[in-house]
Design a protein around this ligand. Structure first.
Ligand SMILES: [Zn+2]
Length: 274
């Protein structure tokens, strides 16, 4: 039996050359589109940062016109509360404004110093001294931990135009980080006021909103907070929220208040006052 002829010699002359050229071309296109995407993303983030810088400046300007800036002269009762929180947390100087509004809210913003903290005027009617200090300390925590500018940067990155699924995934991740920042800021607030009970009562009053002025309103808020835990729908809704459910914030603060780290940090930051 003659040996079998096992050959590929019939391959068309240029088949392999064309294969290599094709692979090179595909790799070239991938490199080019990846570079273009990276460059466009960098440009996108820079434009977002510039826009944010400009809009926070404009916002700051409008607050100076429409809100009351807290100084020892303008709001003598609040100034020492702010000063004490700033000493405890060793935070950079911030401008605090009181904005006339019936809802209970506070926020901080700014990409360069001094950052601004905005307190809605209703907070001053509903919260006591320590609760206000918790809220101010919470916002100072955002400043101290760099959340104000990171929020713009990471938010810009998460907002890079992309496919629907990728955009949704980035948005979910961004909000996940937002919620983690809230837990950190709550800890800062508790350290700033030095009183876990007041930190928790401030959170309950925030949930109660304008109803916080009455005992019944507060009881209704507590019932709502307790119901949050069991409802599957609120757990799912939380995935899309920038703030965690109040019940989780309360539970995290309770746990933290029991930790040795909290006791150590609290006595340390209290020393900053002397
Ligand atoms: Zn916050």
């Amino acid at each position: 039996m003659s040996p079998r002829l096992n050959t590929t010699a019939y391959r068309y002359d240029n088949e392999q050359l064309i294969l290599w050229l094709t692979v090179l071309l595909v790799l070239g296109v991938i490199a080019l589109t990846a570079t273009a995407t990276v460059c466009l993303s960098v440009v996108f983030i820079l434009v977002m940062l510039l826009y944010s810088y400009w809009s926070t400046k404009a916002h700051h300007q409008s607050l100076i016109q429409n809100a009351q800036q807290v100084t020892p002269q303008s709001v003598p009762g609040l100034s020492p509360v702010i000063q004490e929180a700033a000493y405890r947390l060793q935070v950079e100087p911030v401008n605090v404004f009181i904005f006339p509004n019936r809802t209970l809210n506070a926020y901080t913003f700014g990409m360069d110093s001094p950052k601004a903290i905005v307190l809605y005027s209703s907070l001053l009617q509903v919260m006591d001294r320590d609760e206000l200090q918790f809220i101010i300390g919470h916002e100072m925590g955002h400043v101290k931990l760099g959340h104000t500018w990171l929020n713009t940067l990471v938010g810009g990155m998460a907002g890079i135009p992309s496919s629907y699924a990728a955009a949704a995934l980035m948005e979910l991740a961004f909000r996940w980080w937002n919620r983690a920042c809230e837990f950190s800021a709550d800890r800062a607030g508790m350290l700033a006021c030095g009183n876990p009970h007041k930190a928790i009562s401030a959170l309950i009053k925030l949930e109660a909103g304008p109803e916080a002025k009455s005992q019944e309103g507060l009881m209704r808020a507590i019932a709502r907070i307790e119901a949050e835990d069991d409802a599957l729908s609120s757990n799912i809704a939380e995935l899309l929220a920038t703030h965690p459910m109040i019940i989780k914030r309360v539970e995290k603060l309770r746990q933290y208040a029991k930790s040795t780290e909290y006791s150590r940090l609290q006595s340390g930051v209290n020393q900053n006052l002397v």
